[in-house]
Design a protein around this ligand. Sequence first.
Ligand code: MN
Length: 192
Amino acid sequence: MSFELPRLPYAYDAFAPLLTAETFEYHHGKHHQAYVNNLNGLIPGTEFENADLVTMIKKAEGGIFNNAAQVWNHTFYFESFSKSGARQPSGTFSDALKEGFGSLESFKEQFTRAAATLFGSGWAWLVESEDGSLRILQESNAGNPLRQGLKPLLTCDVWEHAYYIDYRNRRPDYLKAFWEIVDWDIISSRYQ
Ligand code: MN
């Protein structure tokens, strides 16, 4: 199987100046593309030659795991944003957030803290357990909760390449921008 870089559901300049076109040109056009290219170069002749990304995330190690997870993680991340999306969660997902974290504001504080304190490169995740309860996780490097049997609902990329062009070393300012562009209808629809 050969993988292709997914097209983004918005223009590169859709969220400027919060996240600029230059950030998307590098983050999607160069970094995400490189993970796709690396993966396509690694899998021929291996047991994963015809596998899908989730199978590789659950079973592969080393370079195949890293690149498959980075392809999936970036697609999931980029598909969480929209220009005119819902700014509040809805339905049963909204209820689960309140049950798990007290309120939307409290959830955002806890998720932001997880993203801000993650040492080095990685991803902050909101995941759903089998019983429908919600948890926040920190994963280093290409880490993905699917490997632990958990369902991802939301992720924030805290690799420096996600924010360095617009915010330099100021990860907390990037996290503020992140909340401005998350589409809660998309996140809500991933629940259950
Ligand atoms: Mn990234």
